[in-house]
Design a protein around this ligand. Sequence first.
Ligand SMILES: *[C@@H]1O[C@H](CO)[C@@H](O)[C@H](O)[C@H]1NC(C)=O
Ligand SMILES: *[C@@H]1O[C@H](CO)[C@@H](O)[C@H](O)[C@H]1NC(C)=O
Length: 136
Amino acid sequence: MNLVYVFLSLIIALHFTPNEAKCHKNTVAFQNNLTLSRSTLKVHCKSKDDDLGDHFVKFQDVAYNFSFHDNVILITRFKCTLWKGANLEYHKFFQAYEGDPYCRCGAMYTWEARDDAIYFSTKGTVEKLMYSWIKD
Ligand SMILES: *[C@@H]1O[C@H](CO)[C@@H](O)[C@H](O)[C@H]1NC(C)=O
Ligand SMILES: *[C@@H]1O[C@H](CO)[C@@H](O)[C@H](O)[C@H]1NC(C)=O
């Protein structure tokens, strides 16, 4: 085999090999912006494999967040429940993240709890109203 061919194949293989260092993890964050009620926000997220447990975010605390790589074989999905209110009487269950079959890298999904509803934004986009709270 031609040496140049071997060398070129090697370069091409290296170039297209998935590289963890290049593919930054995706992050999902939950912000408490419950300006009027100043209620604590409770967050509980799960994927098929992981139960991330209960997390409490006080008003204007740093966002609760977690990071992960998209699963190459099975689509990564995180489903979360948020609660707010003096007795956590308001809640909403929704899919907070769905992976891309081609593996997304370095995404930042921000879910913001406001008194009126739950808003969503990604890097550089304006928050969009996504879900209303459900009262017990
Ligand atoms: C918090 O919510 C208010 C509306 O209730 C909005 O105007 C403001 O931009 C939000 N702040 C942050 C940090 O997202
Ligand atoms: C994620 O949480 C860590 C602490 O657990 C915090 O230092 C960091 O600022 C948070 N990042 C975002 C993007 O909210």
